[in-house]
Design a protein around this ligand. Sequence first.
Ligand code: DX5
Ligand code: ZN
Length: 228
Amino acid sequence: MVELAFSILASDFAHLADEVATAERGGGTIVHVDVMDGHFVPNITFGPPMVKALRPVTKLPLDCHLMIEDPDAFIPAFAEAGATMISVQQEACRHLHRTLQQIELHGCLPGVVINPATPVDMLIEVLPMVHYVLVMSVNPGFGGQKFLPLALEKIAYLAELRHEMGLNFRIEVDGGVAHDTVAQVVEAGADMLVAGSAIFSPGKTEQNAVEFLKLARAAEAARNEQEV
Ligand code: DX5
Ligand code: ZN
């Protein structure tokens, strides 16, 4: 079943707990937390204290997307703060295999992320050890950017590799996923849909999530029919 991972980057930080509850009422099942350090990406957001503050306000899994240099130094702090899933950028990891092991050792589900310029083939060796692969469909750093269609082929290729290699990692997509792009993303094979600006909007968040998921589920049904 495809899931909506709503990105709190687009939410009203002054009312974060309410924002999360509203997106959850609309059917969102994963809280996507965009961690930016001003080095790996040209923007700064939040760190482990934000994850710690979120942990008691929702039962949903907290999916921490680390867009930071030296993620190894921060994995213990995110795990301790209550992260459920931690993903690291392939481009930021000198020893990706070790970093993924560390995430697992700290009791979190490991994920790996690739930027638009990074080919899927960079991940072949680590695919057996990840819970999910996150395909960026924008260059990371900001919400509200335009979806890059090159992500579609990467999603489809990952789905093919998963089948060929007999694996069951999930495929997540992030950036510009909105009501007008979600169907193609799901048809290509994505399972976890990150969306921020398409979901959060004053007074409309719940409805946005409901409509987004309706489109996603219809595309999923079409995809399943093709597979049979
Ligand atoms: C971008 C972040 C995304 C962002 C998506 O660097 O990783 O998670 O919040 O925002 P939208 O859905 O607005 O493209
Ligand atoms: Zn993200």
